[in-house]
Each structure stands twice: as C-alpha cells, then as structure tokens.
Design a protein around this ligand. Structure first.
Ligand SMILES: [Zn+2]
Length: 359
C-alpha cells in the first residue's frame, strides 16, 4: 500500500481537554453548500442542522471550497499534510491524519459506507491505517465503487450501529490511546444516483417543490438531490446524538459538490470544475461537556467561520486544533485559528491533469 508509515518527527501533544476526547470526522459525499437550507437554499432540507445552528450548538463554515472536483483527488489532499504548496510531489509521501492521530495517542477507527476493497478506495488508502476498519457489510463483500446503483442496502444508516465509543473500546487499545478516540465516518451521502441514496421516508421534495422549474427530467433529479441532503442531515444528527453525552468534537464536510443544471451550465450535472460544484459545507460541533470545558476554543472557531478556506488544509487544521505539533506544523495553515492566512490561494484541481480553478 502506498502510504507514509514512518514515525512523525517533532511530535508533541498538549491535549485540549483534561479527559480523553472523541473526535468524529464525518466525510460527506457530493454535498454542495448551495443546495442546503442551512446555507440559504429555499427548500427546508436541513431541519436538524438549522435547529443546532439556532441553538448555537453547531458552527457552519460559510466559505469552504474542496481542493478537487472528484473524490480521490479531494480526500487524498484533505486527509494528509499534502498541500498545493508542495507542487508535483505525490500526496502519499505525506502522513495521513489517521497516522498522525494514532501516533499522538488516539485510538483510530474508520467506518465506511463506500467501497472498501478497490485499490483506490478511501478505505484501502486510509482506513487500513486505522486500529479498527469497519463498515457496511455489503461493501466488505466487494461491491466496486461504480456499481452502487439499484441497491437499498447502502443507505448511510447502515453505519450508525458501527459507531465506536471510547469506553467500549477493547482494553488493550484504550490503554494505548490516552488521548481518546479518532473516528472517520465515510458516508455514501449524495453519490449519484441521488434517488437511491435515501429511504422512502425521506422522499419529501418533488418537482412541484422546486422554486425554479427546468423541465420534468431535470426537476426530478434536483428534487432527489434535495432529498439526499435531507437524509444526510438526519444521519449527521444521529451521529451527533450518539456523542452528545460524551466529551466529543464532531466535524462534517463534503469531499466536493456537484453541478446541478445551474444557470451558467444548464445541461451539466455531476462532477465539475465550477465554483458551485466545489463549494462545500463544513460544520463543527462540540458536545456540551467540551463546550463547558473550552468556551475559549469554541469562540475561537466561531470567529473563523466566514474565512475563505480550501480543505486541503483539513489535516493541518484539525491536528493543530487538537494541540498536536509536528515537523509539518504551520500556524498559517490552521483555519480554526486566528493565525490562519486567509490570503492563501484556493487552487482546485480536476481529475484530468493540468485543469485548475483558482478561487
Ligand atoms: Zn466524491
């Protein structure tokens, strides 16, 4: 497997909490900000996020862009110390967030509701670096990434019973993990085809619900996309609910968005190197316990919510936020901190070589 596996130099930890912390990183799929009610979309498809935001329990970041318009190119940048400043060097020469947090004293878990067996699946590239790799049993049977149509066993709720808790980890793993638990949950999210991503109960919006009509075929797809985000909103809330009584930090972001028959490209749908297709949601949640212990940190993150961000800095930012320093540490790369350099260029790449969008 191609990955950085050496000890990380210069590693030190100043924990942000007195008690072991659970950090959950929810990795969404194909969710774009402009189609979510909590970011101003007209359909009410994020009721749980809306309510958490109203109660000041969830911080929505408003100016976040993914580093690529497709899954692998985006996640390999978000989940490692690799940034566009490193030029043409391969991303796998940089430590992953799983590798760093494991060395820093966290038990690491990868829970997949996406392809597990393929050479370029995220589970293969990153999940296998975790102490525990688990996921939807259907994927362990070996469904290829492109054969996820016409299936009802791939709804994201399959991962809910697999969520891990620090107190229930195997004794030996907990003893070796004094900092806590780091868990990545890789969702199926709004992976095409949208209408197959949610159970019937979430089939709420129809073409008639849409504020602008674009023809029956397109409207059906747009409504199904809104429903898939309604379902993601429920899944995120269920995950947050699982950790509400614990010492926990939850982050949600998407790997990229999709084009959706937008005004400037009325026939384009899916992966695209266009602003709307790479403008993504990012939420931060602290459990009441953590907010009580670290109101200063909560306030600090809140102060950063409108900063212009490219999520190739996710690993830099989260590692730094957790008080972990390494030879890679650069305060200007932590978008959760006022030291962040907002003037940094946001360079988005397409899977096809040499195509770039600077935002
Ligand atoms: Zn993707």
């Amino acid at each position: 497997m191609r990955s950085f596996q050496n000890p990380i130099k210069g590693l030190s930890v100043t924990p942000i909490s007195q008690k072991p912390l659970t950090v959950v990183l929810i990795l969404g799929e194909s969710a774009r900000r402009s189609s979510m009610h909590c970011y101003g979309y007209s359909l009410q498809n994020t009721p749980y996020a809306d309510s958490l935001i109203r109660n000041q329990e969830l911080i929505p970041f408003t100016e976040v862009v993914s580093p690529a318009s497709a899954t692998i190119q985006s996640n390999t940048r978000s989940l490692t110390f690799f940034t566009h400043e490193e030029g043409e060097k391969p991303w796998y020469q940089y430590p992953s967030i799983v590798h760093v947090l494991r060395q820093a004293g966290y038990a690491t878990v990868w829970i997949a509701n996406q392809e597990i067996t393929g050479e370029y699946s995220m589970s293969n590239l990153f999940g296998r670096q975790a102490d525990i790799l688990t996921g939807n049993p259907s994927f362990f049977k070996g469904i290829a990434g492109d054969r996820v149509a016409n299936r009802t066993d791939l709804y994201d709720e399959a991962i809910l019973p697999l969520l891990q808790h620090y107190q229930s980890l195997p004794d030996s793993l907990r003893k070796n993990s004094p900092q806590g638990l780091f868990q990545i949950v890789h969702l199926m999210g709004s992976h095409f085809t949208y209408r197959e991503r949610y159970p019937k109960a979430f089939d709420k919006f129809t073409p008639d619900s849409l504020p602008v009509r674009k023809g029956e075929a397109k409207d059906k797809i747009i409504a199904a996309y809104a429903n898939s985000l309604l379902y993601t909103d429920y899944i995120i809330h269920e995950i947050i609910r699982s950790y509400r009584e614990e010492n926990a930090l939850v982050i949600y972001l998407s790997d990229h968005g999709d084009a959706l028959f937008d005004e400037d490209h009325p026939d384009l749908m899916g992966h695209a190197l266009l602003p709307r297709a790479v403008e993504i949601p990012l939420f931060v949640y602290f459990s009441p316990q953590l907010r009580k212990e670290r109101p200063d940190l909560w306030k600090q993150i809140y102060g950063q919510r409108n900063k212009r961000i490219l999520t190739d800095l996710l690993t830099h930012s989260l590692v730094d936020l957790l008080g972990i320093r390494t030879e890679y540490t650069q305060p200007r790369f932590n978008f959760f901190s006022p030291t962040y350099d907002e003037q940094r260029k946001r360079v988005v790449v397409a899977p096809i070589a040499n195509k770039k969008l600077v935002m």
